[in-house]
Design a protein around this ligand. Structure first.
Ligand SMILES: [Zn+2]
Length: 209
């Protein structure tokens, strides 16, 4: 996080979407990053929030609306309120985290809409963004993207390892997944270098994800 804070301009998802719409995100590597977490585990409050705060970074947490206040492992409303005061934003990760491509279109529409309504009532603010559960291409499809737009979301995020530029579909914005990796791999990933067509080709051949 210290590296991100020093080398990149940290932006919120609102700023990201604004930049997207005004075509300010171009090129394979740029100097803006937004940080997101999925699911809403309590460790986001216990571990991530203090580190973000120390590095003056903002982030968005995608909540599974039915799981807020549900158990000790998940965030409760007091923790969410405290984090909101520290500039952390909260958005939707559906009601129950069902894989949207594997349920009926009606049920998928309910997962999208009801989560938005539940979170808006809980947080008393507008919910604008969605992260698809699991988020790989097989977990959402064109109809799901249309349903997300119909439910009133302004943008949706996947877990495909792609940085964002203004040529992307706003209901299919990739995110670079970071998990237990060396600092070298971390720097390479956030640099966007892995996104260049030649590197992507080599990765495909070597089957590196
Ligand atoms: Zn998830």
């Amino acid at each position: 996080m210290a590296y991100l804070s020093t080398h990149f301009k940290n932006i919120s998802l609102n700023e990201l979407v604004e930049n997207f719409q005004t075509d300010k995100l171009s090129g394979i590597a740029h100097d803006k990053t937004a940080i997101t977490f999925d699911d809403g585990y309590q460790d986001n409050f216990l571990n991530a929030c203090p580190i973000l705060k120390n590095n003056q970074l903002t982030a968005t947490i995608f909540l599974i609306s039915n799981l807020v206040n549900s158990s000790k492992a998940m965030l409760n409303i007091d923790e969410i309120t405290t984090m909101q005061k520290d500039g952390i934003d909260f958005e939707s990760h559906t009601v129950t985290h069902k894989i949207l491509s594997e349920i009926t279109p009606d049920l998928a529409a309910k997962e999208l809409l009801n989560s938005k309504i539940q979170l808006e009532n809980l947080l008393n603010r507008k919910i604008r963004y969605l992260a698809y559960p699991k988020g790989k291409k097989q977990h959402y499809h064109q109809q799901i993207k249309s349903r997300a737009a119909q439910a009133g979301y302004s943008a949706a995020f996947t877990t495909e390892n792609e940085s964002i530029n203004s040529q992307r579909d706003i209901f299919e914005l990739g995110r670079i997944g970071i998990r237990n990796c060396s600092m070298f791999v971390f720097k390479t990933r956030v640099s966007g270098l892995f996104e260049s067509p030649s590197i992507a080709f080599i990765r495909k051949i070597l089957k590196i994800t």
